[in-house]
Design a protein around this ligand. Structure first.
Ligand SMILES: NC(=O)c1ccc[n+]([C@@H]2O[C@H](COP(=O)([O-])OP(=O)(O)OC[C@H]3O[C@@H](n4cnc5c(N)ncnc54)[C@H](O)[C@@H]3O)[C@@H](O)[C@H]2O)c1
Length: 246
């Protein structure tokens, strides 16, 4: 499916995108940049095809010291931070709870959930609460449904949804809005971390009969980041081809 190269009014906005070397993160970085934002991407490794206009910083989002240093440096280099997108993630083990090790549980929670706290906490030290700002967290429909064989990932993403709701309320009287996005299967390399039978079972739950694309996630993120989205905070936005029922 071909989508138009839409853009939104993000002129002059200063953005940090974690997991920015990944497929969803880089699609968001691209549309933000095309829409006028100054973008810095964070990841464990450099993106394969470096986008000329994007800055890259090597950051492990599970390390709170590295996150807080990186955020202070990003604010200094960009001239502030208005937009934070938390898109770093891993699926963790795709096996039953009885077969998980405590270390696998910890790692999955740490990358998918605790990092969202570390990055949001660091961003709140540098974001101007009187200026239009956004924290956008990439959760998952797994966080609403609970995917069998992915208990740690599901629990982490449910945590991301609840964290976003709580923080949105806390910041309600400021100009900073907080959102989570709950995609179903999106055509990215992340699916290769999952058991193929599990991918097929999740695919079968999508009434539209196809996976989403990173660009479709980016379109929603860009609209949420824009001032066109003004009366919504602490919300969870589905992107599931009809799978999500609440
Ligand atoms: N692809 C899907 O079907 C799908 C569905 C729902 C939600 N999501 C979520 O979307 C987000 C992006 O996933 P994607 O599909 O683009 O996968 P991806 O693997 O292409 O991107 C994930 C990125 O996160 C980075 N990352 C992982 N651990 C990190 C760490 N400790 N520090 C810094 N960076 C780290 C990876 O290096 C990678 O570049 C994830 O949070 C994922 O859970 C994906």
């Amino acid at each position: 499916m071909t989508l138009r190269e839409n853009s939104y009014d993000l002129a002059g906005r200063l953005a940090v995108i974690t997991g920015g070397a990944g497929q969803i993160g880089s699609a968001i970085a691209k549309i933000f940049s095309r829409s006028g934002a100054k973008v810095e991407i964070w990841d464990r490794h450099e993106p394969a095809a470096a986008e000329g206009v994007l800055r890259f910083r090597a950051v492990d989002v599970t390390d709170p010291g590295s996150v807080s240093r990186a955020m202070a440096e990003a604010a200094r280099d960009l001239g502030g931070v208005d937009l934070l997108v938390n898109a770093a993630g891993v699926t963790g083990p795709t096996k039953n709870v009885a077969d998980y090790s405590p270390a696998e549980w910890q790692l999955t929670l740490s990358v998918n959930l605790t990092s969202v706290f570390y990055c949001s906490h660091a961003a709140l030290q540098v974001m101007d609460r009187s200026r239009s700002g956004r924290i956008i967290n990439i959760a998952s429909v797994a966080g609403k449904d609970g995917n069998p064989g992915m208990a740690a990932y599901s629990a982490a993403k449910a945590g991301v949804i609840a964290f976003s709701k709580a923080l949105g309320k806390e910041l309600g009287t400021t100009q900073i809005r907080v959102h989570s996005i709950a995609p179903a299967l999106i055509e990215t390399g992340l699916l290769r971390q999952m058991d193929p039978e599990m991918v097929a079972a999740n695919f079968a739950k999508i009434p539209m009969g196809r996976a989403g694309t990173p660009k479709e996630v980016a379109e929603l993120a860009a609209w949420l980041a824009s001032d066109g989205c003004s009366f919504s905070t602490g919300a969870v936005h589905d992107l599931s081809g009809g799978r999500a029922t609440y």
